[in-house]
Design a protein around this ligand. Structure first.
Ligand SMILES: Cc1cc2nc3c(=O)[nH]c(=O)nc-3n(C[C@H](O)[C@H](O)[C@H](O)COP(=O)(O)O)c2cc1C
Length: 188
């Protein structure tokens, strides 16, 4: 089988798509983010990677906080819009109905099935991006998106991103249980 060498790019499939919320000059601002990852077990921490030129870093640095909101499929257009326009030139504060948890500078979106508020614990300055690490101080989910008290991916219906072709995808079928299906091979 012949493999072709292709461009050096970051081929990680798929990427989650979230809306990162901040308060900047008294107004809420939201941007679409695909570069987001769990980075610490206890206490639970999330890392987001944001281009230095964007408006969002201003809010995160000034307040030491941000929110991570997971949109469902019905919010595809609004989410993409938040990735097309900058708060530097466009007011995105009226787009969504908001609520706040423990942190007054981490605005969260009512319509998103899942919301997480974070306190900034560390910033890593990379050549073109900031890597912001936040500790989760609160997470919120409507009962209708829960099964046995846990967020249910099928009910939340989030969408994912592929890069570099820049396409959105829905989540597919449940194909097995993690830390479980591989046990069959242990017996051999
Ligand atoms: C689906 C999608 C994912 C994106 N992911 C990121 C990301 O992870 N990091 C980033 O810096 N910009 C990302 N962007 C671009 C920003 O969302 C976009 O530049 C936005 O306008 C920045 O908003 P702000 O200037 O108000 O902070 C993404 C855009 C889209 C459409």
């Amino acid at each position: 089988m012949k493999k072709s060498q292709i461009d050096n790019n970051v081929y990680l499939y798929p990427m989650p798509v979230v809306l990162v919320g901040t308060m900047i000059e008294g107004k809420a601002n939201f941007m679409a983010v695909g570069w987001v990852r769990r980075v610490n077990f206890l206490p639970p921490m999330i890392a987001i990677v944001i281009n230095i030129a964007h408006y969002t870093p201003k809010g995160i640095q000034e307040n030491g906080s941000f929110s991570v909101n997971i949109p469902g499929r019905s919010m595809l257009e609004e989410t993409d819009y938040c990735g097309l326009v900058s708060g530097k030139t466009t007011d995105k504060s009226e787009l969504f109905e908001l609520f706040f948890g423990k942190i007054p500078t981490a605005p969260m979106i009512e319509d998103c099935p899942l919301n997480i508020e974070c306190r900034l614990v560390q910033t890593v300055e990379l050549p073109s991006n900031y890597l912001f690490i936040g500790e989760i101080v609160g997470a919120y989910c409507e009962d209708r998106f829960l099964t046995d008290g846990k967020p249910d991916i099928k009910k939340m219906d989030p969408f994912v991103l592929s890069m570099p072709d820049n396409r959105y995808w829905s989540v597919g079928e449940h194909i097995g249980n993690a830390w479980s299906i591989g046990k069959k091979l242990k017996a051999k």
